[in-house]
Design a protein around this ligand. Sequence first.
Ligand code: DWN
Ligand code: SAH
Ligand code: ZN
Length: 406
Amino acid sequence: MYRRCRVCEGELREFVDLGRQPTANGFLRPEETDGEYFFRLAAGICTDCAMAQLLDEVPQERRYHGGYRYHASGSAGHRKHFEENALRLLETELTGPDPFIVEIGCNDGVMLSTIARAGVRHLGVEPSTNVAELARARGVDVLTEFFDERTAAGIRSRHGAADVVFGANTICHIAHAASLLRGVDALLAPGGVFVFEEPYLGTITERTAFDQIYDEHVFYFSVTSVRAMAERHGFELVDAERIPLHGGEIRYTLARPGARVPSHAVQELLAEERERGLSDPATLGRFRDRVERVRKDLVTLLRDLRAQGKRVVGYGAPGKSTTVTNYCGIGPDLVPFVCDSTPSKQGHLVPGSHLPVLPPEAFSDPYPDYALLFAWNHADEIMAKERAFRQGGGRWILYVPEVRIV
Ligand code: DWN
Ligand code: SAH
Ligand code: ZN
């Protein structure tokens, strides 16, 4: 258990405890449930630097390995987002004679495949060998290692300095924050930028998106805490931009002090965080109360529907579904299965709660009365695809920001 902040060694004050939980992507076969791994899923905030983070930690080798289940290219919305990201970097940052970009956590190459097609020098650093192979099949160069100070030094000596170091939904996964930033420092060219986009503490608390809290998300960034972390390691936070991915994230840009003119957005977001008391115990206490309320409302609704003889199935088995089903105690008695388009999740059980995961075809065979949307961040894409369900009288159950039927 961490009693001290991973960034500044300050004191951590717990603000939410989601109980005994397995690893979010530890999907398992029905015959593998004996001896399943659990840990205490609780988050705290540093009273000095305001970095929100997990109190207990799952070793990184248990989280990322040759059987990592999440495939970033699984949604049309994400493919489009990361292609646009790549095109923007090509236009604005990778403009020199022989530019070089490193992506930390490139997964299946959802972003770097566009860079590779443009013929630009790049390297993905991706410890999960199965998804790294998918990236290679898309023409992406990948180093199958965990990024840290040591890996960064090796890349620098083999390939030279990077104009851009990029990460998406990965930087908040890396518990060794100091080693990560020293690595970026060693790798980045003097005028280069470190760009990363990650779940936002402000969205998680505002929308009661407590299912974003799980083993992989070690940190819950805010502009306040990222700026403090950047400065501690000799960087300046020069931009912060809200983006819609995963229900609401922020894209941060770090540069060497004085190398870039900071945008107004940084000061604006800092002021907004101060005004709403993002890191205050009272704000976080209200968040915890709303989390408990969602649990009560969701379980009551599912029990009522079962009593009325209605059929409810789950839609999507994101990492988030592990948190919500285990925290609320939702098992196959309430939700007999979930359907998910990821082949490597199908035929497996959601960790801990053991809801069976079936292919999407199971959804319409026949349609249930209600579908509990675990992949709520993909609501537009999924509801458009499953229009016939709604037209046939089916209803969606959402639990972010509160429990409701649509
Ligand atoms: O940080 C992380 C982010 C990048 O991705 C990782 N820790 C793990 C993962 O988080 P997640 O599992 O919550 O991600 P998603 O993108 O919300 O997962 C959506 C799930 O829903 C996937 O399993 C695919 C599935 N899906 C589906 O079955 N039909 C998605 C769409 C769009 C669909 O139409
Ligand atoms: N960038 C993609 C994938 C995010 S999933 C997206 O935004 O959708 C997080 C990825 O980070 C996983 O593929 C995991 O294997 C990788 N990862 C975790 N720790 C890492 C580390 N220390 N260095 C590099 N990659 C890491
Ligand atoms: Zn701290």
